[in-house]
Design a protein around this ligand. Structure first.
Ligand SMILES: [Fe+2]
Ligand SMILES: [Fe+2]
Length: 203
């Protein structure tokens, strides 16, 4: 199976495709998109750091997430380069409604491994949606350099999505993980459906 096919299959797990109008309006506000994207990469790195701190005793998790921190930080640097090249400013962080809503779905309490499962699935979901959006940008925008940039990031985030799901299945009952993953997917689709379509946010 080609990489394209396997990724398409993975992304099909998302229950609601992005509104096709999004990419057109995002392209018109590419400075806002790049700024928002820069913060997304920062948050991806810091979320991995938090997991490493909180679950320091889980050797495989620490070994897997440590290089991911560097990778996400590398993405942040690359987004910053794209902004600089275009003479664009790194503006302030905006409210991240999408991630805030997803956070609301985290089940409180339960065992430590149940908590870990929640965090890993939340991360997996954000990676999957980011990957879907990067794919749209890589396919539809005019700027050739950004097309290539988003294509490369799409591949990287697809890998991260798999990493988070696999870690979840390693540290908790895989059947329960799969069931909970379906709930997360359904919830994310609802969140997206009820969010205003705007082109100044990555999500
Ligand atoms: Fe990233
Ligand atoms: Fe990522």
């Amino acid at each position: 199976m080609s990489w394209e096919e396997s990724t398409r299959q993975k992304m099909l797990h998302l229950k609601l495709p992005t509104d096709p109008r999004w990419v057109g309006i995002a392209e018109m506000q590419i400075e806002d998109i790049l700024v928002d994207h820069a913060y997304c990469e920062q948050k991806a790195a810091s979320s991995c750091i938090s997991l490493i701190v909180r679950f320091n005793d889980l050797e495989e998790l620490v070994d897997t997430l440590t290089p991911l921190v560097a990778e996400e930080w590398g993405h942040f640097e690359r987004v910053m380069d794209q902004l600089k090249k275009r003479g664009m400013k790194f503006g302030r962080q905006r409210k991240d409604e999408y991630v805030a809503k997803l956070n609301d779905f985290i089940k409180k309490g339960g065992s430590r491994m149940q908590q870990l499962t929640e965090y890993l699935l939340l991360n997996a979901l954000i990676e999957a949606r980011s990957c879907e959006r990067f794919k749209l940008l890589s396919q539809h925008i005019q700027d050739d350099e950004l097309k290539k940039f988003y294509y490369e990031l799409m591949i990287s985030e697809a890998g991260h999505y798999v990493t988070f799901i696999e870690l979840a299945r390693k540290y908790y009952d895989p059947e329960k993980v799969n069931k909970r993953w379906q709930e997360w997917l359904a919830y994310e689709a609802e969140v997206l459906k009820n969010m205003e379509l705007r082109g100044d946010r990555m999500h």
